[in-house]
Design a protein. Structure first.
Lengths: 350, 350
DNA sequence: CTGAAAGCGCTAACAG
DNA sequence: CTGTTAGCGCTTTCAG
């Protein structure tokens, strides 16, 4: 309905007085065409302002030049940066990118996959929210493995049959926790990102390992689980304080929750970091803006997006290449929430 | 290549022992079909796990069930929220959304439009970066008007032939400036969002009008222009201070720049708001996080996205309905950067 | 109520 | 080197 007068390949052929296959051939460089015809076609294309119809093309060639990104949240402080890099890389290569938001609801993720299966996208970048513990997720993952669309996972390597780019979650939280221990902290609480998911699980393991390796006791009452949001971080911290256990530091599964936790601690009139030190994970820009600024583990978001697209492109072009798992390293950033002399400058790049 | 074994309408027809047109008819409810055949078709669909191929469907019907969003930045703190709302509304109605980033480069915007023209998207939501002053943009806008794809503008109403949802930019900055004047501020500087664009232009007009209406002089050396980013806000403030003119308040064209300005003022050891009061525009969540917290004008981002999609959907369904311009009102939020007793609570919803 | 057949715009054998 | 033709999977007249 929208394009009543758009020129078709037929129009071009008529105008140039050649066959439509010749037009197709010059446009796609698929066969050599004599100079005169070639020129006439190009002329016709120009005159008629012809653009090949990707829908029709896709119907034949099964190529849509579209990739799809499935993420938990479009408006979080984390994904937009990844999205942006992916978009830049993708458009360079002529791909359009479609977005899908799951809000951490597995059913929505499945719906997206189903939709995409029929929509003929050329590839999918997936930040999955499958529950790693739940045996019923096996079936879903099998399906993902068997699907005929290239898929690259980010944030969570949910299958060894799928390319993925992830963080060194466990090692990073281990580093963070160890750093707190090196500061002399002994009663270190942990506000976890949802541990039924891949990422939260591995991060928590890092915390536990660090305590163990330092001979510190693991106490259940020091561990609580949030839902990624600042608000939940605030609530978790409140609960932790209400338990009336000695706490001199908190490791938090992500920066968002850590910000909430810091606010809670401030409101309780406790000093950061003297009474309670706080460290997060991600290094989102707001973490540098608050007072005290938040120590955290850096996550190379741009790199993550770029690599994810690279992996995807490679798999599209080369479906049988070996599966790749890229694990990115994070790095400790010391700010005021663990060190009074820590960096208090604002990240102004946003 | 990706879907070798996906069932087609033909397979369903064969399995159900009916014609493909009957299958099509039951699936689209386009004609009444006898109960037995109807049931057999549904059964076949279920057994074969058939999903109709939207590409093929689109080729015939010219409908892609895809809308496209063109915005300056994917990763800014402003657009993701709008994006998110649009995505939610769109998926409810069965639309997929594709994103395009212009980085405020008009040529990129034009490229997107051209691409989309051939891609047969069902509609476009556009945050345009045309230079309102530049006469050459007339031509581009004419093209937009003539295009056969429904377009809804957000942030900038660049044509009265296009639906749009915008803020009351001028009135809002007028309010902000007036508020500062009511506080007794007399030497009020202005850090502008790029004034060659629709939005920046109108906001600046609000500042000028407020000064005029209060009988305050308009002085060029009090006005400077940034590029939306916190970094540029910092730099603009630095320049302003270097001019050695008395400044007791700054109105800033958006929150991001205002954050940079605040940092600069703090670094200069000046007191906020006593020495210099600061007010921004947008009410992004980071503005509540910094110290001092930033006074600003609220922008209903979710509403904006939802309305934009509504307008678009309406135009898709009803191409000849009258053009609508929706102007949203903002509201003053008083925080510490203008009032020592202003709200200092953190926005934890992100 | 049902099905055969003609395309949507394009690509890719296959002949010439 | 060029053109004819057969579809890709689906919708939609148009007969029956």
């Amino acid at each position: 309905m929208h394009h009543p007068k758009a020129a078709t390949i037929k129009d071009v052929a008529n105008y140039a007085k050649v066959s439509i296959s010749t037009v197709s051939n010059v446009l796609n460089n698929t066969k050599t065409v004599s100079k005169p015809l070639y020129d006439r076609v190009l002329e016709a294309v120009k005159v008629l302002d012809y653009q090949t119809n990707p829908i029709a093309k896709g119907l034949k060639s099964k190529v849509t030049n579209t990739i799809s990104i499935i993420i938990p949240s479009i408006s979080s402080v984390f994904f937009p940066q990844i999205l942006s890099t992916i978009h830049v890389e993708a458009s360079k290569m002529g791909y359009t990118v479609s977005i899908f938001e799951t809000r951490e609801i597995l059913q929505r993720e499945k719906d997206c996959i189903n939709l995409l299966e029929s929509k003929w996208t050329d590839g999918i970048i997936l930040s999955s929210c499958v529950d790693v513990e739940n045996p019923s997720s096996k079936e879903y993952i099998q399906k993902l493995n068997a699907i005929n669309i290239p898929i690259v996972c980010i944030e969570a390597a949910i299958s060894d049959k799928l390319d993925a780019v992830i963080m060194n979650n466990q090692e990073a939280i281990y580093t963070a926790t160890n750093y707190l221990i090196s500061l002399g902290k002994k009663n270190i609480a942990y506000i976890a990102a949802p541990t039924r998911f891949y990422m939260g699980k591995h991060r928590k393991e890092g915390y536990l390992a660090a305590l163990s390796d330092s001979g510190l006791p693991i106490r259940e009452e020091y561990i609580i689980e949030g839902d990624y949001t600042p608000k939940s971080g605030h609530m978790c911290m409140q609960r932790l304080l209400a338990r009336m256990i000695p706490i001199d530091a908190v490791v938090v599964g992500n920066d968002q929750m850590a910000v909430g936790a810091i606010r809670c601690i401030k409101d309780a009139k406790l000093n950061i970091p003297e009474d309670i030190a706080v460290i997060g994970f991600n290094n989102n820009f707001p973490s540098s803006l608050i007072t005290p600024s938040l120590s955290t583990m850096r996550v190379p978001k741009e790199e993550m997006g770029a690599i994810a697209f690279d992996l995807l492109l490679n798999r599209i072009k080369n479906p049988d290449s070996p599966i790749k798992l890229v694990k990115l390293n994070s790095e400790l950033i010391i700010r005021e929430s663990t060190d009074p002399n820590g960096d208090s400058s604002w990240d102004l790049n946003w």
